[in-house]
Design a binder for this molecule. Structure first.
Ligand code: KIV
Length: 281
């Protein structure tokens, strides 16, 4: 059965750890779904890890809707959450609502998430009012990389910790069904998790959250341009891919590939008839 807001909240109430990964394409999403991962975030990290941009700021609505639709088609179990890109929720409430709706009607995802600051609480409420499941995102907001002077841990000092707590409480009040906590000291995330009724999902927020999220190309060892210290590489698929492509190159160059098994057959009579008609090659 497909995960919903209700089943995700129930997992958290029972103390079951929620698992979440990012995905951006059909084949990867299918494997994440088949592995039994509970939730997928189609993150705007897509701009970096798929499109090769230096930050997430260049993700657009059209880019995100296309990736979200591919991911949603692959998931019959995993709940799919679309990440609203920079510029899609910073203007009016109407435009924010229209963009959130595009993810539901065009991409057919199950919910949206955005890097809402206190300025976006009314917009969060408006999307919740539309009946769309919404996730909050506190701590490090990668879309604010310029203002923050880099992708840095948040909530370490008094003011910053207060801000993370305040934002989490305001988002819960606005009606989000869960909150992603990014790059925040483990003690603060654990405190927020205990304080809130809604589940928290950590990405660099330590073990005291209701669940964990990682960026899939980091997990697979497929993205080397930037690896945050909280990311864990479970495999080295990037190296495996290079070895595989080298092997293919060697086989083509030495004539091993394609062999008989990978070639179509034809009767001699057809070839003889062709030679008769067009002359020998
Ligand atoms: O885009 C993304 O992958 C994200 C996570 C890092 C939370 O927003």
């Amino acid at each position: 059965m497909k995960h919903t807001v209700t089943s995700i909240k129930a997992m958290s109430s029972k103390g079951e750890a929620i698992t979440m990964l990012t995905a951006y394409d059909f084949p990867t999403a299918k494997k994440v779904n088949d592995a039994g991962i509970d939730m997928i975030l189609v993150g705007d990290s897509c701009a970096m890890v798929v499109h090769g941009h230096p930050t997430t700021l260049t993700a657009t609505m059209d880019m995100m809707v296309l990736h979200c639709a591919a991911v949603a088609r692959a998931c019959d179990r995993t709940m799919v959450i679309a990440d609203m890109p920079f510029g899609s929720f910073q203007y009016g409430i109407d435009e924010t609502m229209r963009n959130a709706a595009r993810f539901i009607t065009e991409a057919k995802v199950d919910g949206v998430k955005f890097e809402a600051t206190p300025h976006h609480i009314e917009k969060t409420k408006a999307i919740v009012e539309m009946g769309i499941p919404v996730m909050g995102h506190v701590g490090l907001h990668p879309q604010a990389v310029g203002a923050l002077g880099g992708l840095k841990v948040q909530g370490k000092d008094m003011d910053s910790a207060r801000k993370v707590v305040r934002e989490s409480l305001a988002l819960q009040e606005a009606g989000v069904f869960g909150i992603i906590i990014e790059a925040v000291p483990a003690k603060l995330s654990a405190y927020i998790t205990k304080k809130l009724d809604v589940p928290t999902i950590s990405i660099g927020g330590g073990p005291g959250c209701s669940g964990q999220l990682l960026v899939t190309p980091d997990v697979l060892g497929m993205y080397d341009n930037f690896t945050p210290s909280f990311a864990k590489q479970y495999q080295h698929f990037g190296d495996m891919m290079i070895d595989t492509f080298k092997k293919y190159k060697e086989e083509v160059e030495s004539g091993v590939f394609p062999g008989e098994k990978h070639s179509y057959k034809m009767s001699d009579e057809v070839l003889e008839a062709i030679e008769k008609e067009y002359g020998p090659a």
